[in-house]
Design a protein around this ligand. Structure first.
Ligand code: A3P
Length: 308
């Protein structure tokens, strides 16, 4: 049963909140230990997500927003559904990946087999049933400075604003305090990193940068992890390479549906495809900001062995 607006407002009233530097009268709320924008929290809270019942054959894609979720969605969809679609009727040509792979909260009443879903929830906030099932989880992370710049552009793009440099500093300051969509990023990344080390058969931990370097290797790795390995015959036919090509940034950005249509939540599909590059932060952050960011990354990830 969906929650009423009144009960959502009552939940929000009890939470710590911080004003969004970009939008007037708009707040980030601290919910279950992570920060989340008002509009997204309200949408999530309207569903009784704790009642989500996981199935052992579910596939859950997870990330901090702007880490490469859309790319991961298209790769996993292509790998798992490769025998259902021919090149000419590939659903990725007619639909944005976000319209093929739904968020967890919209899958509550979907009882089909082999569901592929995604969420930006940190591991600590996942519904208990997911943690206790045998479903497979894939996490993608990205250099936090690139994640910040990507998100900063995304917000401005969906707001239709002119990008003002002074907002960049305020937003960066908030980001470094961990106050950003599903932040703090270090808790988000380290949460999944730790469980991926404890349960490598359940959680595959990926990095955007590594996928960029050797996509075919990771396409095969994802396929093996999910239990959909490529046969020798498929490899000889170049199927992994075809998936790489189909899901490449250049191809996905230029598919008509991603150039012209809107996502069901209202933003244009094109907003999910900006530059798709590694290290674009260097074009936006001042040397001082970069120094602060790098120090923070070192401080938060130094002991984990994770490098960005
Ligand atoms: P940039 O803003 O740096 O270009 P998410 O899907 O989690 O919202 O992440 C969006 C980021 O992934 C954007 O980064 C976007 O351009 C990039 N991206 C989207 N599709 C991609 C693809 N097929 N290959 C590589 N990067 C992709």
């Amino acid at each position: 049963m969906e929650r009423s607006e009144e009960s959502i407002d009552q939940i929000l009233a009890k939470l710590e909140k911080v004003k969004d530097p970009v939008r007037d009268n708009y707040y980030y709320y601290c919910y279950q230990g992570f920060w989340i924008q008002e509009v997204i929290l309200k949408r999530i809270l309207s569903f009784p997500i704790d009642q989500f019942v996981a199935q052992d054959d579910d596939i859950l894609l997870t990330s901090c927003p702007k880490s490469g979720t859309t790319w991961l969605q298209s790769l996993v969809f292509s790998i798992v559904k490769r025998n259902s679609n021919s090149n000419s009727n590939n659903p990725l040509i007619s639909s944005n990946p976000h319209d093929l792979i739904h968020p967890l909260e919209l899958s509550l009443n979907d009882e089909s087999k082999q569901r592929i879903m995604f969420t930006h929830f940190p591991y600590s906030a996942l519904p208990p049933s997911i943690k206790h099932s045998k479903c497979k989880i894939i996490y993608i992370c990205r250099n936090p400075l690139d994640l910040f710049i990507s998100h900063w552009h995304f917000v401005h793009q969906i707001l239709g604003d002119v990008i003002e440099p002074n907002h960049l500093e305020e937003c960066f300051d908030m980001f470094c305090k961990g106050i950003h969509a599903f932040g703090p990023f270090w808790e988000h990344i380290l949460g999944f990193w730790k469980v991926s080390l404890e349960m490598p058969e359940r959680i595959l931990f990926l990095k955007y940068e590594e996928l960029k370097k050797d996509n075919v290797f990771f396409i095969k790795k994802i396929a093996d992890f999910l239990g959909f390995p490529f046969s020798t015959e498929e490899e000889n036919r170049g199927v992994p390479k075809e998936i790489e090509k189909m899901c490449s940034f250049e191809n996905m950005k230029n598919v008509d549906v991603n150039k012209t249509s809107k996502h069901s939540l209202g933003m244009s599909n094109s907003s999910f495809f900006r530059k798709g590059e590694i290290g674009d932060w260097v074009n936006y952050l001042t040397p001082e900001m970069a120094e602060i960011g790098k120090k923070l990354i070192e401080e938060k990830f130094g002991e984990s062995g994770l490098m960005f």
